[in-house]
Write a new protein. Sequence first.
Length: 471
Amino acid sequence: MHFENVKNIFFIGIGGIGMSGIAQWFHKSGYCVAGYDRTPTDITSHLQNMGVNIVFDESEQAIPDIFKQSTNDTLVVYTPAIPAEHEGFNYFKNNGYTVIKRAKALGMLTDGKTGLAVAGTHGKTSVSTTLATILNNSSKGCSAFVGGVSKNIGTNVIINPQADAVVVEADEFDRSFLTLFPQIAVITSMDADHLDIYGEPAELHKTFHSFVSQIKPGGAVVVKKGLPLSHHTNSSISYYSYSLNDNADFYATDIKINDNADHKLGGNYCFNIVHPKGIIENIELGVPGLYNVENAIAASAVALIYGVSEQEIKTALAQYTGVKRRFDIILKTENKVFIDDYAHHPTEIEACYNSIRNFYPEKRVAVLFQPHLYSRTNDFADGFAKALDAFDHIVLTDLYPAREKPLPGVSSHMILGLMKNNNKQFIQYSELAQRAASINCDILVTMGAGDIDKLVEPIKQELIKTMEVQL
């Protein structure tokens, strides 16, 4: 299917971070765009302010009339998170409409462009947003569809019709990234995840190999050092490795904290990047977190391969301000730091904790964690318990089910029961914002991929109230 025959596009799940970016592209390109989502959010409000019609009722009757007049010029794009019994989704399926997944629409958008894809079970959003920032501030330019809101540009999409490059997240969930055929790709990680889809880690690894085999001839892949990806997967491309500070094709040296008082969280990192053709010296990264240094190396590797200059990379990294919900510093005072993070897998929780400890080895750190998905909680309960045990105080709240139905015996209490740290408790979601300010800690972190982000502003306000009382 080609977009030249399409006039109207309806998005089912339009409020999702990935869906909303594609919807914005079509809207700005002159298509009639509308969509459904379950509840209003900042994202849906932003789309509505742009002129996109959004309904919050899944019934057939709620679908705007223009989308019922002709099946020939109407395309329906849906997210796999939509339940199979969704009434509007079934109306379109049963009445002759062309209905495609979000990933296929993204693949069609990037066809004919130089695709720069970021894949991996962790780090996709941070690396892709860093890469998009570098390219957007270079002579090359880019379009971009990323899975988080860039704090530099205030959105998750860059639309630049004149640019040849398109930066995209290559999502392994539901094998979605197999709709992409990039010129250059990054593989950040291949940890077990989405086992409700893959069954076994070996099947997940197999799918990553399939993705690499789809990189266009003459292209390249940049792989985190140590990942089990064979050079024989695709003999028509170049292979590069990257690491934080181990010897690789791209890695950092002289990593140190710049103790500039103007920087948040006590200082950001300075480092050099060694690459096959030289070294970029004295880079200062505009965001804290040691894992963000590694993300910057991966993004810089792709940019260098694509032809961005060393100076353009260095300038962009210094100006980079990060992604909302990725080590996102919400509040910082002399006595309290409040961070929000999207971490929803044990490996991500460990990475966030280690980054905090690197700055504050002696501070008392508390985490408020909302488990995401019954299946993920069931698969990695031991890993969650071990990762969370490292914190000084741990609060778990109600599990966020997303697209899933309950599994017997699986809940937040399953993780709590496996933890060895006695400084743990369960607080209901409805009470979390009010009670968070009373937790004895120097650093408070909210974590999760569900709706815990809706509590960030209320928690911030409660913390401010507490500080004012103390004054």
